[in-house]
Ligand binder design. Structure first.
Ligand SMILES: [Fe+2]
Length: 335
């Protein structure tokens, strides 16, 4: 029987975070929810630091920390990742900036010099950048990041100033201040000292032509941004000629990774939900991307969605990835 009253909520995961979920925009993926419930309720490394009550910190490797925070809007909750190298540290994504992320990172690293970077420019990945003085992103991402401003968090509140999706103290958002944005090319190496390298790989797909993955060569981990997600992997859209669309460019990146670089990583850590995924997932994802590019209308199912702020209707198509979740994508029809 249809029970509309519970359709847009999930039974809550036990949480000691200062933030409290009001509602999601839609139901979350059940497999991911089970993973997150197990992790968040039972993982022995989970720690909430006094300096930032909005983030659960998990230690996934000797020098790799996952910083979990609830999404400030109705979409999926978010990971930031902190890699602590011999001399310097690297923070991948900054979420919404809710809570004192900088103090937290400094406490974990013991005040090591820090690089900050983004997988892409979306709200839930880059709005915390202004807590830091300098951010390194792929050179094509610079204009989008430079667009940030003091009003970018306004949509999180209704006309009365009340929180819409997540309950938190607005005073715990950052005060926006301009910061230095450094554009770097594909293949840029973050040197964390003593030969510890993390490579930026320009990947396109989700987040467009400035989107990046990161390869931690020491831990043999690929951080794919939102191009891989156990809920919905959003990988851009298909238009013609396919090679020039965001999905087509993502396919080119995946083809290269699968053909030439699979011996460089064993694990995949996405920015939402399940992480520590086994690397042989990547060829399965490529298979699905190839099929979508060959005939995007051969989808498994589709949904009508409405944009959060402008409310325009769009159709989203979904195709299954063998042994994993789905790829969600748009189609811009041939004119
Ligand atoms: Fe995201």
């Amino acid at each position: 029987m249809n029970q509309p009253s519970i359709r847009n909520r999930m039974f809550p995961i036990r949480s000691e975070l200062k933030s409290k979920r009001i509602k999601f925009d839609g139901p979350q993926n059940h497999i991911s929810w089970a993973f997150m419930k197990e992790l968040r309720e039972n993982n022995k490394t989970r720690k909430i630091y006094d300096c930032d009550p909005y983030v659960e910190v998990y230690q996934f490797r000797d020098n790799l920390y996952g910083l979990f925070s609830e999404n400030c809007d109705g979409m999926g909750d978010v990971w930031m990742y902190l890699i602590v190298g011999p001399e310097k540290a690297l923070l991948i994504d900054t979420a919404y900036g809710l809570g004192d992320t900088k103090a937290l990172v400094d406490e974990i690293t013991g005040g090591k010099e820090l690089y900050v970077t983004n997988t892409h420019d979306h709200f839930d990945h880059a709005y915390g950048n202004c807590r830091f003085g300098k951010v390194y992103v792929h050179e094509n991402l610079v204009p989008a990041i430079a667009n940030q401003n003091a009003h970018m968090w306004d949509y999180l509140f209704d006309g009365f100033g009340d929180n819409i999706w997540l309950d938190f103290d607005p005073k715990d958002l950052p005060e926006f201040k301009p910061y230095e944005i450094v554009g770097v090319p594909d293949g840029y190496i973050f040197d964390l000292g003593e030969g510890y390298e993390v490579e930026l790989i320009n990947c396109n797909g989700h987040g467009g032509d400035g989107a990046a993955m990161f390869l931690d060569k020491h831990n043999r981990i690929l951080f794919p941004g939102d191009n891989i997600c156990s809920d919905v992997s959003g990988c851009g859209s298909v238009s013609w000629p396919v090679e020039e669309s965001s999905m087509g460019k993502y396919r080119a990146c995946l083809r290269k990774l699968v053909a030439e670089r699979m011996d460089e990583f064993d694990w995949i850590f996405p920015q939402h939900f399940m992480n520590d995924l086994e690397a042989n997932l990547l060829p399965n994802i490529l298979d699905t991307v190839e099929e979508i590019c060959r005939n995007p209308y051969n989808y498994d199912y589709k949904q009508e969605t409405y944009g959060k702020m402008r409310g325009q209707k769009r159709t989203r198509y979904f195709k299954h990835i063998k042994g994993f979740s789905v790829i969600g994508y748009g189609i811009e029809p041939k004119k």
